[in-house]
Design a protein. Structure first.
Length: 370
């Protein structure tokens, strides 16, 4: 929206002797999406704008059209005419974003690298410290109100206890922001939303961290466009992909041209010889050893695939990637990610933890003793 304002696509327009403030022409916006590489083609651009309409972000200026039409029709962002519905969830999210931006922009921020149980965590704060800051900045009137705000932020997934074991308290318990609000998001991520929810219950959908320019036909890593964002893509061989009808999915690759391929199932056969439970991993005298891996991601990711759930395991490792160089191996179990205990989590939560974390990834893995 702000980019469209800057580019003068949003402006007051006159139609049938009436002036409509702060609106845009649908056809011009579709052209803009393609020109600025926000959409590969008009069809995708229309689908993106329809998503915004479905989420009550834009609407036809007279509400005569419920669908987004690629034509000389006027549409407007609801934030520009005061009709954007501020639900409780949206308000909490926007409040969390505002607090995050305020905290990261000051010199003496309370967000610091801290250590708990010999593990270092990025961008952390103490519960009592956050409450002091909220009162000092006039964000709340008293400590009770600050605690209620902190609990709302935690319950909406914006902050978390560093090991995900406590709610928000006015104490010296250590917390960190779960969402990196400054990560540059692409508009096309909207198209992945419903598909990712549909697969959220499947413990076998893999999460792949990318490899650049693989050898065609001879790798389990698919090529994606190079940029600084880490994308969620599939990690199955091209020969094993079964095309299905439907929309594109967050777990499947986007080729360099950004043309969306058909949805594909990607549940490759597990590399584990048999299922392993958390109880088995953690039982006294179990034949497993814990290792700490520090993986510095390159421009296209870390180079491994996580699969399964409770516990998750390493399904594939790119031999030439950062993970392999750090000592990661197939069949290792993921114990913690950046200090967060994850044996009880599924692949989707772990993938989110990796995606929103720092470029330097610290993982504890459990490996069978040979």
């Amino acid at each position: 929206r702000l980019r469209l304002h800057d580019g003068k696509l949003i402006k007051d327009r006159r139609y049938h002797l009436r002036t409509y403030p702060n609106c845009f022409v649908a056809k011009e916006l579709t052209d803009w999406l393609i020109d600025h590489k926000e959409a590969p083609d008009r069809e995708t651009g229309i689908r993106l704008m329809q998503k915004l309409m479905d989420h009550y972000i834009i609407h036809h200026v007279c509400d005569e059209h419920s669908d987004y039409k690629d034509a000389k029709l006027l549409y407007r962002f609801r934030k520009d005419d005061g009709t954007f519905p501020l639900s409780k969830d949206v308000k909490v999210f926007m409040r969390g974003q505002s607090l995050y931006e305020k905290l990261v922009s000051v010199e003496e921020s309370i967000l610091k690298v801290r250590e708990e149980n010999s593990v270092k965590y990025q961008r952390t704060f103490l519960g009592s410290e956050m409450i002091d800051w909220l009162i000092q900045e006039g964000e709340v009137e008293n400590r009770q109100e600050a605690v209620e705000l902190g609990r709302a932020l935690l319950e909406h997934g914006i902050i978390q206890h560093v090991s995900n074991r406590h709610h928000f308290f006015d104490s010296d318990v250590l917390y960190q922001f779960w969402i990196n609000f400054r990560r540059r998001r692409r508009l096309t991520e909207l198209l992945n939303e419903n598909s990712s929810r549909a697969l959220s219950e499947s413990p076998d959908s893999p999460f792949c961290l990318r490899k650049l320019n693989p050898d065609p036909g001879n790798t389990s890593f698919l090529s994606v466009q190079t940029n600084k964002e880490i994308k969620v893509v599939s990690a199955v061989r091209r020969s094993s992909i079964t095309s299905l009808s439907g929309n594109s999915n967050a777990y499947f690759s986007a080729p360099p041209t950004l043309v969306f391929p058909p949805v594909a199932e990607c549940n490759p056969k597990s590399v584990l010889k048999r299922p392993v439970t958390n109880e088995e991993l953690l039982s006294p005298g179990a034949p497993y050893v814990k290792k700490t891996l520090t993986i510095v991601g390159d421009a296209v990711g870390w180079g491994f695939v996580v699969r399964g759930g409770r516990p998750c395991h390493i399904q594939a490792v790119d031999p030439g990637g950062p993970a392999a160089a750090a000592g990661m191996k197939v069949c290792q179990f993921v114990f913690s990610v950046n200090g967060v205990y994850v044996l009880h989590l599924d692949y989707q939560t772990i993938s989110s933890l990796i995606m929103t974390g720092p470029r330097t990834l610290v993982m504890e893995v459990m490996e069978a003793i040979e």
